[in-house]
Design a protein around this ligand. Structure first.
Ligand code: SF4
Length: 207
């Protein structure tokens, strides 16, 4: 079993919770309160939040406490990210946030069973740990990170597995952007159902 993985949903280990602007994907540019849950065993070598992999040393909060934190900010949008948030049962957290009037978006690799009630699900599958079939129809947005040329065929392999109206995004891995950006532009011009997603928060130097 993953070191540090809680078998109990609550209180949830939180690496960080902060108010910022969504930098990538469909909701890019919107102010949101981000809750980054700690814990991930997917192990992407290019992961830019490796500090989220373990849960040790991070505070744990109940849904009520997290709702209180979210209520301190103007936006009514909360993004639950990680780590891999679906390592935990998020039914109670999403229920409480929605009851408090928030729209609640999820960012997941899809490697763990689905839980929670969401306004938007961003599925970003990872090669190290394949997404579960049950996640596919839940995705409102499929975001595939492009690290090398093989990733285009891998991205295409998901198109028939998600809903027809699922938004399709290719996002260059930050460190590979100079090399892969021309390839992504070429691919999207030939496959216009896909769109480009960039980590604009990194350009803006915001969290
Ligand atoms: S799934 Fe996300 S948090 Fe986990 S290793 Fe991959 S990029 Fe990092």
């Amino acid at each position: 079993m993953f070191k540090g993985l809680s078998v109990h949903a609550e209180p949830l280990p939180v690496m960080e919770a902060f108010y910022s602007v969504q930098g990538e994907g469909f909701h890019q540019g919107k102010a949101a309160f981000f809750i980054r849950l700690a814990g991930c065993d997917v192990g992407c070598h290019w992961c830019d939040v490796k500090a989220s992999w373990n849960t040790e040393g991070y505070p744990r909060y109940t849904s009520e406490q997290l709702v209180e934190m979210a209520l301190n900010h103007a936006s009514k949008l909360v993004v639950i990210t990680g780590g891999e948030p679906l390592m935990y049962d998020l039914s109670l957290l999403t229920q409480q946030l929605r009851k408090a009037g928030f729209a609640v978006n999820l960012e997941t690799s899809g490697a763990y069973p689905f839980s929670g009630t969401w306004d938007w699900v961003c599925l970003s599958p990872k090669k190290n740990k394949a997404p579960l079939d049950e996640l596919m129809p839940e995705a409102d947005e499929l975001k595939v990170i492009i690290y090398n040329k093989n990733d285009f065929a891998w991205a295409a392999s998901f198109v028939h597995r998600v809903r027809k109206n699922c938004r399709l995004y290719l996002q260059p891995e930050w460190g590979k952007m100079p090399i892969m950006m021309p390839e992504i532009v070429k691919y999207i011009k030939a496959h216009p159902s896909w769109e480009i997603s960039l980590q604009t928060h990194k350009f803006m130097d915001i969290p």
